[in-house]
Design a protein around this ligand. Structure first.
Ligand SMILES: C[S@@+](CC[C@H](N)C(=O)[O-])C[C@H]1O[C@@H](n2cnc3c(N)ncnc32)[C@H](O)[C@@H]1O
Length: 192
């Protein structure tokens, strides 16, 4: 047995949770790799909501979906994930965040704690019992450690009777490798 790499582990969590027909969220569409992965899992009766603040990312994501003929399974929104509740009203079985900047693009446009944490909070309300939120936390860039710490602080204080919180991380790798935080709702949260 080989220990799973971080990105593989994140994908496996999503694949094991998502069923055909589900509503799911890609909170950071970027180049659309996760949006496509989610679109493949939800099937023709499901729906992916993908968010990105960069038009360039929205276009790249749409192109990737079109290439695979799966554009009808996803709504790609040029808006911040902190506004998720304005678009998504159905229960969500899974959501994924890749924190950081869009590879090959402007390194100044990064996810930030003051929008990431409210987005997680909003998604926890929308999440089904048994549903998961997977965060892939990149923290090597400027601003990354502040966001990592804010997210860890928030998720570590979630009530354990309602949300199970897991961290999957290689501790002896060099150069700030990404790690996974997964949240699974196990009991409805009080409405906010
Ligand atoms: C690490 S990249 C995502 C990579 C992507 N998952 C992929 O498969 O290519 C992070 C993305 O988050 C986006 N972003 C930054 N702030 C955001 C926000 N408030 N809401 C949604 N997306 C945001 C950036 O524009 C960037 O494209």
């Amino acid at each position: 047995m080989k220990l799973k790499r971080v990105l593989q582990y994140a994908q496996d969590l999503l694949a094991e949770t998502i069923q055909p027909g589900d509503t799911v969220v890609d909170a950071t569409a970027g180049n659309g790799h996760d949006t496509l992965f989610l679109a493949q899992l939800v099937g023709d009766d499901g729906q992916v909501y993908a968010f990105d603040v960069q038009k360039e990312a929205v276009n790249a994501t749409l192109l990737r979906l079109l290439d695979e003929g799966l554009e009808h399974r996803a709504l790609v929104l040029n808006d911040g994930h902190e506004n998720v509740a304005q678009y998504v009203t159905k229960p969500v079985s899974a959501a994924v965040f890749n924190l950081g900047y869009l590879p090959g693009s402007d390194h100044e446009i990064i996810t930030k704690p003051n929008t990431t944490v409210p987005a997680i909070e909003a998604l926890l309300q929308l999440l089904t019992v048994g549903g998961i939120i997977v965060l892939v936390i990149y923290h090597g860039h400027a601003g990354g450690k502040e966001e990592r710490d804010a997210v860890l602080q928030y998720v570590s204080n979630l009530p354990q009777k309602h949300v199970h919180v897991l961290q999957y991380q290689f501790l002896n790798q060099q150069n700030d490798p990404p790690f996974v935080v997964a949240l699974q709702k196990v009991k409805e949260l009080p409405a906010q």
